[in-house]
Design a protein around this ligand. Structure first.
Ligand SMILES: [Zn+2]
Ligand SMILES: [Zn+2]
Length: 443
């Protein structure tokens, strides 16, 4: 019998500040609870030790400015590496599934990294996806993000990738950080409807959470047919969480896990360290192991019933109804979505709340009939307390056609040949996911 693996990494030496909600106590109560319940003696559960991710694993996903070492500590590399360790164990058929109970979290880290956003520097799940696809030749992976905050980093990284389905279930961005994750963010023209955002109203309970699963996520997964499902497991939808306004309980999370059956779960947020995290994490772990989690009841929940108002129910019906209709129809073709133009362009501003950085980006994706197409980004960032940065990056998709891959190197030679120090980007990047080559040149 293959077991459910667990990795604990509370990162004792990493915190944004001593009183910040993202600190090591987040995992200490969970660990006590798991020991007390004798979970590690359960024959269906096995503990693994963490390991470090390699620099290359990070470069496969991010343009870290100016480099990976400047944006990460050992804690970040161990948090990401723990996910990779479980990924290897899964693909080597040592385990049935796994849960990386790690921090720092990652789902707000986007493709370009100038600093910390929403407590995240590098995206653990994205690093896991690209590692598994590169190393084991898996093609289709689904990431289901159940954190209360929109998984905007994961969305950004896979926005143009038709082989990664990103589903985020979160509290409506009009009422919570990061203020995004609306239904019209549905993927670039080459990956349309491979991003599914389900913004739920504040006050949503287990019932609403599970309705979104039944009506949208389950049919979307059945249609996409992923080879692997990863859960970005944030526990801040809990009714006691101090940073958000939802009313989900450990039982709701347990039920969703039992239904979703993720191959790997990676911890994201959750800031009610005593009243939520020990219970939610335990329920998820038991559900992964196929064990009964009905006895995992939060003390605050005893004697109360968490109810949704009529208004909340109607809002959940509207959003799930929208997706049912959208996913039930044949989507427009890629040619039509590119609008007959050979290029998709997007300009936008990104704010880094933790590090107070303002970033301006211009992105382009080239239309290619044979592959997802070359991606380019130019990004300028200004720190409130510090200097400015300007970078340019190009990404060759993992399943690029040979013509696009060759053209990327031609561009690279040309752009590096023309670079003019002091009067152009500070740093140039070429990310070749297909060839597993990551080049970086100073401006
Ligand atoms: Zn969160
Ligand atoms: Zn191509």
């Amino acid at each position: 019998m293959r077991k459910t693996a667990l990795i604990f990494f509370p990162a004792f030496d990493w915190a944004i500040s001593p009183s910040h909600p993202e600190r090591e106590e987040r995992l200490l109560y969970t660990r006590d609870q798991i020991f007390e319940e004798g979970i590690l003696d359960n024959p269906r559960i096995v503990e693994y030790k963490p390991r470090l991710a390699e620099i290359e694993d990070v470069e496969r996903v991010h343009f870290c400015v100016p480099d990976v070492a400047s944006q990460t500590t050992n804690a970040h590399l161990i948090s990401a590496g723990s996910a990779l360790k479980l990924g290897d164990a899964l693909l080597n058929r040592e385990i049935r599934n796994g849960f990386a109970l790690v921090r720092p979290p990652g789902h707000h880290a986007m493709r370009v990294v100038h600093g910390n956003r929403g407590f995240c520097n590098i995206n653990n799940e994205a690093i896991l996806v690209e590692y598994l696809r590169f190393k084991y030749g898996i093609r289709r992976i689904a990431v289901v993000d159940t954190d209360v905050h929109h998984g905007d980093g994961t969305q950004d990284i896979f926005y143009h990738d038709p082989d990664v389905l990103v589903v985020s279930l979160h509290q409506d961005g009009r009422t919570l950080y990061p203020g995004s994750g609306f239904v019209d963010e549905a993927g670039g023209p080459g990956a349309y409807l491979k991003t599914i955002n389900i913004p739920l109203p504040p006050g949503t309970t287990d019932e609403g959470f599970l309705k979104a699963w039944r009506r949208v996520i389950k049919p979307a997964l059945e249609a996409f047919k992923p080879e692997l499902v990863i859960n970005s497991a944030g526990q801040d939808n809990h009714f006691t969480d101090p940073l958000a306004n939802m009313r989900v309980s450990a039982a709701g999370y347990g039920k969703l896990t039992e239904e979703l059956k993720p191959d790997l779960a990676v911890l994201e947020g959750g800031y009610a360290v005593e009243t939520a995290l020990p219970y939610v994490n335990l329920a998820i772990l038991l559900a992964l192991a196929g064990e009964d989690y009905s006895n995992v009841i939060e003390p605050q929940k005893r004697g109360t019933v968490l109810r949704q108002s009529e208004e909340i129910e109607q809002a959940i019906d509207r959003i799930t109804g929208y997706w049912q209709e959208k996913l039930g129809r044949e989507p427009p073709g890629k040619d039509e979505l590119f609008g007959g133009k050979g290029l998709y362009l997007r300009s936008r501003s990104i704010y880094y709340d933790t590090d107070q950085i303002y970033e301006q980006q211009r992105e382009s994706v080239e239309y290619c009939p044979d592959c997802p197409g070359l991606y380019q980004v130019e990004s300028r960032a200004k720190k409130t307390w510090g200097d400015s940065r300007w970078i340019w990056g190009m990404s060759i998709p993992l399943y690029a056609c040979p013509a696009c891959q060759a053209r990327a190197y031609e561009y690279w030679e040309k752009i590096i040949g023309k670079k003019n120090s002091g009067n152009g980007p500070d740093c140039f990047y070429l990310q070749d996911k297909k060839g597993n080559r990551y080049l970086r040149e100073k401006g």
